[in-house]
Design a protein around this ligand. Structure first.
Ligand code: ADP
Ligand code: MG
Length: 472
């Protein structure tokens, strides 16, 4: 009972703490900014000097960290003390609950350490593993259009009857930002919605590879295989990144066969159709063609309008039709950019306390159009940085603390944050599974060095040029 009471108390604590933070933030930012970026945040948990808060999506975290870092740091210091920490969680109740329960378990251990009373631990009904399904990816908010008709219909069918259709594997391909991840995540969410006990996992092929390498290094390759072979549905995103990773492909091949033979659902995405995946093992390519392959094409004007309208509604903001039309007309090839321009528009209107008008829309569209650049991968950045510092690439992924290795690692993390759209979590995964706070720390350390020390600035500028120009 005591445990439960503490948790309830704790909830009140976190509310109080966040309220105090909010009142300070309110003094430091314009009202519209406050309403847009800070009011939607919910306090989740407070323990010692850490306050955990929930934000509606990961864009919030990146935006807040980029624009309000100084304000936040001051507020945290004042309210939570010098060692105070604010931890962000992206809106997902299940996750939040699970973490709360983990904390209960940890706390109960502490509380009852010296006593004979056995703590009453709340049963954790959730999966034992992280499914990486993001609740916002649903069929409901996936707009149907000419370019995605087949892919969407097939995805819905699979969501309803996973493993029981002939669409196994389901292979979906198409260009960047057209909704592949959204659709395959929506399948996973649907499967879970229909049957909670089904084991579903979503993983990018990059994360799959990183995990595999970790498993090999720690002698757990069999465990790794068994884990995936035990799924009811396995969703792997951007399978093209398995190209050149022979050993990972080998293990994946066996996992694929086991699942397929057992009638378990396999869902894959890629930027190209299977037979164009040059460099991928032939036997995998032929397996990929056994089920259904569907492509996603860029959305037509009507679909783009519908997507924008839907998004604006979901943000609770009314935007005049001519402005939406202007955006849908000018951003044609990529839904992510379409959404990006809408977010930019909302953000700049909120930041400058300006009405949403055509001039602002034009600016947002232009920024998206000029910000377009070739995709730079974290692996590529690591390669260039390591070469420059003459450090073995493997060392930056290991727990090596040699000075030159640490510097190379931090610079590579810093540039990965600057030059790719990867989240802190993904970046951490690429450096031996470090967590996102390590990446933030690296980022801040290098940023500090850049202001304190000209030679570091020169090195980082040189590296940045090399990477952006694609020269080693
Ligand atoms: P991909 O994986 O193909 O690069 P994503 O699935 O990440 O693309 O989609 C990019 C963004 O566009 C996501 O936020 C997604 O929700 C959104 N999106 C893509 N297609 C649609 C659609 N038809 N309806 C609504 N949102 C979409
Ligand atoms: Mg994707």
């Amino acid at each position: 009972m005591e445990v439960i009471e503490r948790v309830i108390l704790n909830k009140t604590d976190s509310k109080d703490m966040w309220k105090k933070c909010l009142s300070l933030i309110k003094e430091s930012v314009p009202a519209l900014t406050y309403n847009t970026w800070f009011l939607p945040i919910k306090p989740l948990f407070f323990s010692e000097n850490e306050l955990k808060i929930e934000v509606p999506n990961s864009f919030f975290i990146e935006w807040i960290e980029e624009h309000y870092n100084t304000i936040i740091n001051n507020v945290v210091k004042q309210i939570l003390g010098d060692d105070g920490k604010l931890l962000y969680v992206v809106g997902d109740e299940k996750e939040a609950n699970r973490e709360a329960f983990n904390l209960i378990e940890k706390r109960s251990e502490k509380i009852f350490q010296n006593s004979v009373v056995i703590p009453e631990i709340v049963e954790n009904e959730e999966d034992e593993f992280e499914s990486y399904l993001i609740p916002r990816y649903k069929f409901d908010n996936f707009i149907k259009g000419e370019g995605n008709q087949l892919a969407r219909a097939a995805a819905i069918a699979i969501g309803e009857n996973a493993g029981e259709t002939s669409f196994n594997p389901f292979f979906i391909y198409g260009g960047v930002g057209l909704g592949k991840t959204h659709l395959i995540q929506a399948i996973g969410n649907k499967i879970k919605e229909k049957s909670k006990s089904k084991k579903v996992i979503y993983v990018s092929s990059e994360q799959f590879t990183v995990e595999f390498i970790d498993a090999i290094q720690s002698g757990n390759a069999q465990e790794f295989s068994n884990f995936y072979k035990n799924m009811d549905a396995l969703i792997i995103d951007d399978i093209q990144f398995l190209i050149g990773k022979e050993k990972t492909q080998d293990y994946f091949f066996h996992i694929f066969n086991t699942l397929h033979q057992a009638g378990k659902q396999i869902i894959l995405s890629s930027d190209k159709p299977p037979k164009e995946l040059k460099g991928l093992n032939e036997r995998l390519i032929s397996r990929f063609q056994m089920g259904l392959t569907a492509d996603i094409q860029a959305p037509d004007f009507e679909t783009r309008m519908a997507i924008l309208k839907n998004k604006a509604i979901s943000y609770g903001i009314l935007i005049p039709n001519d402005i939406l039309e202007y955006m849908a007309y000018n951003i044609t090839s990529n839904v992510r950019e379409l959404e990006g321009s809408l977010i930019k528009l909302l953000a700049s209107s909120s930041l400058n306390s300006q009405e949403i008008d055509m001039a602002l829309a034009r600016k947002a569209v232009n920024e998206i159009a000029t910000g377009r650049q070739v995709n730079i991968s974290i692996d590529y950045i690591t390669q260039i940085v390591c070469k420059y510092f003459s450090v073995d690439e493997n060392k930056v992924r290991e727990k090596n603390r040699k000075k030159e290795v640490v510097l190379a690692r931090q610079v590579a993390m810093f540039l990965s944050k600057k030059l790719t759209k990867s989240s802190l979590k993904t970046i951490g995964l690429h450096f031996g599974g470090r967590d996102h706070s390590t990446v933030i720390h690296a980022y801040n350390s290098i940023e500090q060095l850049l202001t304190d020390d000209n030679s570091t600035k020169d090195i980082v500028d040189t590296l940045r040029n090399k990477i952006e120009l694609g020269v080693s």
